[in-house]
Ligand binder design. Structure first.
Ligand SMILES: Nc1ncnc2c1ncn2[C@@H]1O[C@H](COP(=O)(O)OP(=O)(O)OP(=O)(O)O)[C@@H](O)[C@H]1O
Length: 256
């Protein structure tokens, strides 16, 4: 297999007494969607935040094409940052800005994109996400599902090379959820981007990801293809992906 685009080597992170990542080894490959699955509160968002540098590991390292962020020059770090886009759990839309301005923001902020091109790209993304006609509305006037789709439009409008999604479909109805998954797949086929997606949508996520990583008790319990995880004999994996509580055990998924 090729060199990973992003590589976690023995990454550890704790908050006070709460050890969240305890030696995470994870490989993320270019052009693939990698889904991060695992129980609630286990540290999936924390892992994602390490990729964009919102959190720094206490120990271990994260390599991008073989190089750690710390070893990069300022210019290299800036260029790495431009490759990323992300969509976090809370949609983080700006309430004082219209839908159009929210989606146009990344194009206006970091890139020299002509006014007409911004208009075209924003319209395109809104159309793909079934959001035409709401450009002038404000986030407070939208349903939760619509906000989520606006956030997705904003994450994809720059056509980024690496997109991090934190539960992009939670709270969407089944039709919109499928549409959002389809959009991620189509976007990947069109642009060959690398996606890292935290998701609880099992088994749906197996259909749109090429790689699955399961986080459990601070470590990656499994990483491999959707087919491999579905045929795993490991009880913790089998129970989790089937949504079963092992006999004689109480569900201990609430780590928060
Ligand atoms: N900035 C922080 N300061 C202190 N503790 C934090 C911080 N961020 C996360 N945590 C803790 O880290 C643990 C993992 O949280 P995280 O949000 O990554 O879980 P998750 O797997 O994404 O959960 P869910 O599936 O419910 O979204 C939790 O115990 C959380 O309280």
């Amino acid at each position: 297999m090729d060199e990973p685009l992003i590589q976690f080597n023995q990454v550890c992170k704790h908050f006070g007494d709460n050890v969240v990542l305890d030696g995470v080894d994870l490989s993320i490959f270019k052009g693939q969607v990698t889904a991060i699955i695992g129980k609630s509160g286990i540290g999936k968002s924390v892992l994602l935040k390490h990729i964009i540098g919102l959190l720094e590991p206490d120990a271990g390292e994260i390599l991008f094409e073989g190089r750690s962020r710390g070893a990069m020059t300022k210019a290299e770090r800036r260029s790495l940052k431009m490759k990323f886009s992300y969509m976090f759990q809370g949609t983080a839309l700006f309430d004082s800005m219209t839908v159009y301005d929210n989606v146009a923001l990344p194009l206006k902020e970091n890139r020299r994109v002509a006014f007409n091109e911004i208009k075209e790209r924003v319209r395109d993304k809104l159309a793909q996400l079934d959001l035409i006609g709401i450009e002038e509305k404000y986030p407070s006037q939208l349903s939760g599902g619509m906000k989520k789709r606006v956030a997705m439009a904003r994450a994809l409008v720059t056509e980024p090379q690496i997109v991090l999604f934190d539960e992009p479909t939670t709270g969407l109805d089944p039709i919109r959820k499928n549409a959002a998954h389809r959009m991620i797949s189509q976007y990947q086929q069109a642009f060959g981007f690398t996606g890292v997606m935290v998701s609880h949508e099992i088994p749906d996520v197996f259909h749109i990801s090429q790689r699955i990583a399961m986080l459990d008790r601070g470590r990656i319990l499994f990483q491999g293809s959707p087919e491999e995880i579905q045929s795993s004999d490991e009880p913790a994996i089998r129970h989790f992906i089937r949504g079963e509580v092992p006999e004689g055990e109480e569900y201990d998924g609430l780590h928060e």
